[in-house]
Each structure stands twice: as C-alpha cells, then as structure tokens.
Design a protein around this ligand. Structure first.
Ligand SMILES: *Cc1c(COP(=O)(O)O)cnc(C)c1O
Length: 398
C-alpha cells in the first residue's frame, strides 16, 4: 500500500456546516506557524478578541475563541456557569437543546426542560410559566438558531423573560452568528458560544465565546473549581487575558487562529448588517425556487432561519440516494435530517461565503435534475425562473 498526499475533492458545501471556506481564509491558514507566546502572535490574539466583540456586538472583555469546535464552546459555558445542584431551565426545540440538557446533567445541575415542537421557535410564554414554578432557577439556556430544524427563536424576548426572574442566560449562537442579528449586550446575554464553520465561513475547530460581568461574578463565586481543567475560564484567561502574564495553558491552534482572524476581517469589511441582508436576500430566492418545485418548508415563515432551509423529502423519494447523487454528479453537499427529522427532511445551508446567487441557482438546478431523474413528483422548469424573479423583485439584475 502506498500513501500519498490527500487531495480533497472540490465540493460545494450547502449543508448545516461546515460551509465553503473562501480562499483568503485558506491562504491565511497556510502562513508560517509561529510560537503561541511570540509577541507577534499575542498581537494577533488581541485583534481576534476585538473582532469577536464586533461580531457578537459586545464590549465583554471576556470574549475569545475556545481551542475546539462549537460543542466545546457549549461545554465551556455550562462547565463554568453551572455548579452541582444549580437549577437550569433549558428550552429544547431540537437536537442541540437536547445536548444542553445533557450538559447540565453532566455538570451535576438539575435540568428543568421546556419542550417545544421540533420546527418551531421556543415559546417565551412557556418559559415564563416554567420560571414562575421554579423561582430558584439560576440559569436559562436555549439555542438561538436550531440547526437541526431551521427554526430561529426570539432571543431578545427570551433573555428579557429570564432577566425578569433574575436568571443568567446561556445562548447557543453557533449557526446564528454572522447570519442573523446577534446582540449580546443589547439583549443581555450572559454566556454565549458560537462556531467558526457556519456563517463565519472559517474552517471548523474553534468556538468563539463571550461572558458578561454578571456571568463572571457567578464563576468567581463558585464554591468549587470548574470540573474541566481545559475549559476553566480562570485558567484560560491567564493566557488569553489582556495585561496578564500570558502563562502557557495549552498550545493555541496557531494556524486555525490565522484563519479565524481573516474570516472575521472579511465579515467586518462587509459589515454585519450587510451580511444579514445578504442572507435574507438569497434565502428568499432559494425559497421561491424550492417552493416552485413543490417542496414544502418545515418551519413556519416567521420563524425560519435564512441560513438553514429545511424542506420535506417528497413521498417515495430515497433520501440517501438523492444526496449521494448530488455529491457524485454535482459535487454538491446538502444536509440530511437529524434526530426526529432523520430521513424526513433535507437541510440546505446558505451560510456565510456560500450564501450567494451562484450557489442558490446551482443547488436548485442540481436538485431538480436529480429529483427528476429519480421520478419524484416535482414541478419541472419552475424553480430557476422563480428564483430569478425573486432576485429581480429585490431590485437586482436576474
Ligand atoms: C453545529 C452546531 C453545534 C456544534 O458545533 P460543532 O462545531 O459541530 O461542535 C452546536 N450547536 C448548534 C446550534 C450547531 O449548529
């Protein structure tokens, strides 16, 4: 057997993440590795913190990327904020809310679960009712953008409800950051985590997090140390904190951080508001095309994420065969259903750099071709004109 360098196929990534990484980010990651205590690198760390504050819309000094994927960001927030015995209300409307419950239990907390149907936003009234019955709850946790279903919850209202009852808020913005408004300070989010491979269009493997002063007070008042040595904020800050000794904690993923810096620069050059508008515009065109083809959305329009479009698989169509054909014939990846929705839906991502007109039109054409070939009961020849009309209606040349 001979081993040769791995040359990945060229794909178009339109699933739930990772999303397409632009060449600028890949080039940045290929620059020479330097030491994690090199003064030049410390300068880069400070810039990354500032750019993350911009992306999260926060002045929190405790804003940094955890050196591991989004799930580690989730675990970092729960590990630091939840002490054994703490009561945590978790709003669950999909797979990732379920993982939050699991985190609370593993930290020794008591999880009070507020369930909402999959494919719907979290209901603030149910949260309020639950908090009335549990006045001793300390934290409210929810997923802003449920990637397993494509539902967007009203984080601002949920945070306001939590605050009425004196609870800290812990919010998953892995899929929302960079795609729809996330206002950490204005909404009063206390602990937030994200990922790099969704709407930030960076390689996977880092988890931006941010903690408010109130959250840090809770962490400082802990009666016992954070159970996880690696994710303990007080230790991580000895390395990431401005004005600290920059003590070695772990070796930072240097080249991955070059990539994150570049991805955040791209986001800042475009501007958050323009990025949000771009996600809405291309979502409208994709939606017009999918609906013209006869595919139905799972999430009601007012609760839909522009960056993650979940549609029902038509009757009698082989889920895996269609996705395989899209990958083989078109180099196009779309997402399968997760959890309750496995085998019943496709999840089509329009995230970050991949949220563009080329991808919208390409995906519609490819999906129509593959579904026609499979004999699916779809409307033919309608998707592309509908998408182009949507673009024209938005004041753009078709
Ligand atoms: C992708 C995702 C995660 C997990 O991120 P990983 O980088 O895969 O660990 C967590 N929450 C949500 C909402 C996600 O979409």
């Amino acid at each position: 057997m001979s081993f040769v360098p791995f040359r990945p196929p060229r794909r178009i990534l339109m699933g739930p993440g990772p999303s397409d990484v632009p060449p600028r980010v890949l080039e940045a990651m290929a620059r020479p590795t330097i030491g994690h205590l090199d003064p030049a690198f410390i300068g880069l760390m400070e810039e990354i913190k500032g750019l993350l504050q911009y992306a999260f819309r926060t002045g929190n000094p405790m804003t940094l990327p955890v050196s591991a994927p989004g799930s580690a960001g989730m675990e970092c927030c729960f590990a630091n904020l939840v002490e054994p015995g703490d009561k945590v209300v978790v709003c669950r409307n999909g797979v990732f809310g379920g993982r939050m419950v699991e985190n609370v239990v593993r930290m020794g907390g008591e999880a009070v679960v507020v369930d909402d149907p999959w494919g719907r936003a979290v209901d603030p009234d149910k949260l309020r009712e639950t908090l009335r019955r549990h006045p001793d709850a300390k934290v409210v946790a929810f997923v802003h953008a449920e990637t397993s279903t494509g539902a967007l919850s009203d984080a601002q209202t949920l945070c306001a409800v939590a605050r009425e009852f004196g609870c800290l808020t812990l919010v998953d913005t892995v899929t929302s950051l960079g795609g729809v408004p996330v206002e950490v300070d204005a909404w009063g989010i206390d602990a937030v985590y994200a990922g790099t491979q969704k709407c930030l269009s960076c390689a996977p493997g880092l988890a931006p997090v941010s903690f408010s002063e109130r959250a840090l007070e809770k962490v400082r008042g802990r009666s016992r140390p954070v159970q996880s040595w690696f994710l303990d904020l007080s230790l991580v800050m000895g390395y990431w904190g401005s004005g600290t000794r920059r003590a070695y904690h772990h070796t930072a993923p240097i080249n991955a951080l070059y990539g994150l810096h570049e991805a955040l620069l791209i986001l800042r050059e475009e501007g958050l508001e323009r990025a949000w508008a771009r996600h809405r515009r291309h979502h409208r065109a994709l939606r017009a095309g999918l609906e013209a083809m006869g595919l139905a959305f799972v999430v009601p329009e007012a609760e839909r994420l522009p960056q993650l479009n979940t549609v029902r698989i038509p009757e009698g169509v082989d889920d895996a065969a269609v996705r395989r054909r899209l990958l083989e014939a078109f180099d196009l990846e779309i997402g399968a259903g997760l959890g309750e929705l496995a085998g019943r839906v496709w999840r089509i991502g329009l995230m970050g750099h991949g949220c563009n007109r080329h991808n919208v039109l390409y995906c519609l054409a490819a999906l129509e071709a593959v579904l026609s070939e499979a004999g699916a009961p779809i409307e033919r020849g309608a998707a592309l004109p509908a998408a182009m009309a949507a673009y024209a209606g938005d004041g753009e040349a078709p």
